[in-house]
Design a protein around this ligand. Structure first.
Ligand code: GDP
Length: 206
């Protein structure tokens, strides 16, 4: 597999990166978007390299997960975070759109737990980081099929309010999906295309 920093014209293509904690459904989302089989259901936190897909005028990058907060040690989580941050910083301006996938069925519990410990939840920290390096950030609220109907709106509003509070300068762009039930995928494609077109980039060849 070639890294995006390798030489040749491929290296100049803008990137759409898909990032998020391990096991939130990044590979499943990429598969729904492109029909391409990327490895799904790997062991949580297992290390892997980024996975690149050629989408014509741009390249889609399925990033390695940055640690599974439930199962990995703090040291391992930090190391995986550092690796992800280093790759993203290297690509820098080539990143046209950053997609942050979160598991919306776990987001509130995880956030409450981290905040009770006085720590910044990793999903929120990453949203801030991506917002710093990239003009267009789309938050994918995945695994929405796991939400109870009664808690559905509350869970989405909670995500919206936490992300808005983290980055008051921008309105969070959230797409609710279930890669299991294939819902929200068309809206996500449209949102990505809009984010690309505002920067003068052509539509991806899904
Ligand atoms: P990644 O580590 O973030 O790339 O996550 P994967 O795409 O490998 O998915 C991790 C696990 O979550 C797999 O067992 C998937 O089948 C499951 N999964 C992914 N998306 C969804 C979803 O929308 N709903 C449900 N219920 N499970 C999902």
């Amino acid at each position: 597999m070639q890294g995006p920093s390798s030489s040749g014209t491929e290296a100049e293509k803008p990137l759409v990166v898909v990032a998020g904690r391990s096991n939130v459904g990044k590979s499943s989302i990429v598969r729904c978007l492109t029909g391409k089989k990327v490895r799904v259901g790997k062991k949580p936190g297992s290390t892997r390299r980024e996975f690149l897909l050629d989408l014509g005028p741009l390249t889609l990058v399925d990033m390695p997960g940055f640690g599974h907060a439930e199962r990995l040690s703090k040291v391992a989580i930090e190391a995986s975070k550092r690796r992800t941050v280093a790759s993203l910083e290297t690509w820098g301006k080539r990143i046209a759109v950053a997609i942050l996938v979160v598991d919306v069925s776990l987001f509130k519990d995880l956030t409450d737990r981290w905040e009770a410990r006085g720590e910044i939840p990793i999903d929120i920290e990453f949203y801030s980081f991506l917002s710093e390096i990239c003009r267009e950030v789309i938050i994918v609220a995945n695994k929405s099929d796991k939400l109870d109907k009664r808690n559905f709106s509350e869970a989405i509003e909670y995500l919206q309010s936490k992300m808005a509070a983290a980055e008051p300068e921008r309105r969070p762009s959230i797409v609710v999906t279930s890669s299991r039930n294939k819902t929200g995928i068309d809206e996500l494609k449209t949102r990505i295309e809009q984010a690309l077109s505002t920067q003068g980039f052509a539509k991806p060849a899904w």
